[in-house]
Design a protein around this ligand. Structure first.
Ligand code: HEM
Length: 460
């Protein structure tokens, strides 16, 4: 619906306190459970007040499509990304307008299907290195924090595939810790109702500044070492170093740093979290696990999978996609309105308003997902996908700002799951319950403890 005089200016809302608005509910339940409870009461369009700011929430795929695609000129990433900009500056995820378009054109080719095909073998080799490390510590199997392991694995895969790095041989250079700390503080600021000013030496500010300084050092070292090497490389870093700005000059150091950091930040935790929750959810799905094993046996047997096996491993992808529907690693999107719009059943959106599209809830919308809480990979069989509303499934979002790493992450996840299933069995540890922490991604706060053991029919 286009703006019309008849647009309703009052969005549905639950009773709020003066000044603090809905903060008590958000704090006592947690933001996501609070928003979910309001959605169940009020439906697909509503607003809530986090202190002084009134935020609109949309859940229906038609509204998400309007905001992210059809009327996207009325929305920008704007102030919703200010915290993120503190970390990644003008990197692809937070930039806008002409700079974003130019950078996306420069970066996109490194992520096209054909380009990433070559990366599959390296990804599987990294899984083998991880499994050898587990076996060296505990040959018969043992208990591990699969979340921590996957964070390390995806960091190493991203580093090698996009920047030609071997962290395993250079452990001092980088660790998941700095990324995790930096993202943790940024997320806390985005979701915290009250924010301490940046100049205050709060523990959060100090932690963030330290993490940024340490990430800066590593990233600049990566860039400088590549420059000094003098060779032309066919990876993302090579493309960035060959790239130029609107005047035809090479990208400045600051923008290079922003892009390299963006790729690490956007690429490694999202994938680790998705894979971790997939393995966790599968512990309760014996039939799905059995079918995965049959698929893997038929497609690749004991040999290491490659990108060419992806069509035969389609069921593994279906499982991964269903897992991300139920636990989407990115649980919301957000935009700032810059031109008047109307969403839902005629609700006005004024410039300056922040609108959140709650991915977590769209993935549970009963109009689009039959028995939404049931784990069912058949939802992603080709015939079923053809009938889906495209904007009902948003782990990578849609529209021009969709994830540039979607094919990379899908390839990586299918190959990692396949290799893990070939070589080990993973099961729950009695009495361990993970806690979901809705940060920038759906991190498990206390990790994901699982027991692993070598699979009897070890792959070659
Ligand atoms: C399962 C894994 C992943 C998930 C669920 C995911 C999800 C997303 C989502 C939801 C967005 C949109 C964010 C927004 O609107 O603010 C996004 C953007 C982005 N992602 Fe991913 N991502 C994943 C993996 C990756 C990987 C592996 C990379 C790169 C190595 C990557 C790089 C990016 C970048 C650069 C953007 C910004 C794109 C733009 O605005 O043009 N992502 N991702």
């Amino acid at each position: 619906m286009e703006p019309a005089e008849a647009a309703k200016h009052l969005w549905p809302s639950t009773p709020a306190w003066p000044v603090i608005g809905h903060l008590p509910g958000m704090i006592s339940l947690g933001l996501v459970p609070f928003i979910e409870s309001v959605w169940r009461e009020l439906g697909d369009c509503f607003e809530f007040r986090a202190g002084a700011e009134t935020i609109k929430v949309i859940v229906h795929p038609d509204d998400v499509e309007a905001m992210l695609l059809r009327r996207r000129h009325k929305y920008t990433k704007g102030a919703s990304y200010d915290q993120f900009r503190r970390l990644v500056g003008r990197g692809l995820i937070s930039s806008e307008g002409a700079l974003w378009r130019r950078q996306r054109r420069l970066i996109q080719p490194s992520f096209n299907r054909d380009t990433i095909t070559a990366l599959g073998q390296g990804m599987v080799a990294q899984v083998d290195v991880m499994l050898e490390r587990w076996a060296a510590a505990d040959p018969g199997g043992g208990v591990i924090d699969i979340h921590a392991e996957l964070m390390r694995l995806t960091l190493e895969i991203t580093g090698e595939a996009l920047f030609g790095l071997r962290f395993a041989e250079d452990r001092a250079s980088i660790s998941t810790r700095e990324f995790s700390d930096a993202l943790g503080v940024v997320a806390a600021r985005i979701t915290a109702p009250l924010e301490a000013p940046r100049w205050l030496p709060t523990p959060g500010n100090i932690k963030l500044e330290r993490a940024i300084a340490s990430l800066d050092r590593v990233v600049m070292r990566i860039i400088n070492e590549r420059r000094q090497g003098g060779e032309d490389h066919d990876d993302l870093l090579g493309a960035l170093l060959r790239g130029s700005d609107e005047r035809g000059d090479a990208l400045d150091d600051e923008l290079l740093r922003d892009e390299v950091l963006t790729m690490f930040l956007a690429g490694h935790e999202t994938t680790a979290v998705s894979l971790g929750w997939a393995l966790w959810q599968l512990r309760e799905q014996p039939e799905v696990r059995a079918r995965m094993l049959e698929t893997i046996d038929a497609a690749v047997g004991q040999r290491g999978p490659t990108s060419a096996d992806l069509p035969a491993l389609a069921y593994i992808k279906q499982v991964f996609y269903e897992s991300m529907r139920l636990i989407s690693p990115v649980w919301t999107g957000a935009r700032n309105c810059v031109e008047p719009d109307v969403l839902g059943e005629g609700y006005a959106v004024e410039p300056g308003t922040r609108v959140m599209n709650f991915i977590w809830l769209t993935h549970r919308h009963p109009e689009f997902w039959d028995q939404p809480e049931r784990f069912d990979p058949e939802r992603f069989a080709p015939e079923a996908i053809a009938k889906q509303h495209k904007f009902a499934y948003l782990p990578f979002t849609h529209g021009p700002r969709k994830c540039v790493g979607e094919h990379f992450a899908t390839l990586e996840s299918v190959l990692v799951l396949t290799r893990l299933f070939q070589r080990v069995e993973l099961e729950a540890v009695p009495d361990f319950e993970p806690e979901m922490d809705f940060q920038l991604t759906t991190r498990p706060r206390n990790g994901l403890m699982m027991r692993w053991r070598p699979r009897a029919r070890v792959a070659g």
